[in-house]
Ligand binder design. Structure first.
Ligand code: IMP
Ligand code: MG
Length: 182
């Protein structure tokens, strides 16, 4: 697994700093709210990020899971979003939602999900991402909380995969292009 990594991009220490910083930003923004706070973990990629973040959030919160995918399993997204697992609750109007994502690329997944939850009646919807590749945007989208902006490289680890592999690396690394180019 490690032989396929070109170099480490975000270390374990930096991930720890990022999750602490975002947890305190969220704390400041929601500490006075009287509504329920719901984090939505987007499976599978944001599994590790969501769990690190929620450990550091000293606020009452609930957790939900959604599973979405864009067509195709290669290194670019097609822009067609499928929802494979939806949140179960019927009434979204009494809660503030924060969608927790691993990485933003074209921006289509998150802009679609924000729209979807608002149409379902969510009181408010914010977005939080560990990584952002703004140079790859095809739709206008800016996350509310962002761990780190990264260059246009395909990365894996800390939840992120290539063809379902590498999610268990404890850091984020750049995948060697030869792994996906043949
Ligand atoms: P978007 O809809 O184009 O913003 O796609 C975001 C999704 O694409 C993420 O949730 C990831 O599943 C996937 N993705 C984009 N870039 C990478 C990457 O560098 N490594 C792994 N997955 C990625
Ligand atoms: Mg994903």
């Amino acid at each position: 697994m490690i032989k396929d990594i070109e170099r480490k991009l975000v270390s374990e220490e930096e991930i720890d700093e990022i999750t602490s910083r975002i947890a305190s930003q969220i704390y400041d923004d929601y500490r006075d709210s009287t509504r329920r706070l719901v984090l939505i973990c987007i499976l599978k990629g944001s599994l590790m990020f969501t769990s690190e973040l929620m450990k550091k959030l000293r606020l009452p919160l609930e957790i939900e899971f959604m599973k979405v995918s864009s067509y195709g399993s290669k290194t670019t997204s097609s822009g067609m979003i499928n929802i494979h697992l939806d949140i179960k609750r019927e009434d979204l109007s009494d809660a503030d939602f924060i969608i927790v994502e691993d990485i933003i690329d074209s921006g289509k997944t998150l802009s679609h999900l924000v729209q979807y939850l608002k149409e379902k009646g969510a009181c408010s919807v914010k977005t939080c991402t560990l990584l952002d590749k703004p140079s790859r945007r095809t739709v206008d989208f800016v996350p509310d909380y962002c761990g780190r902006v990264i260059p246009d490289k395909f990365v894996v680890g800390f939840g992120l995969d290539y063809a379902e592999k590498y999610r268990n690396l404890p850091y984020v690394g750049i995948l060697k292009p030869e792994v996906y180019e043949n």
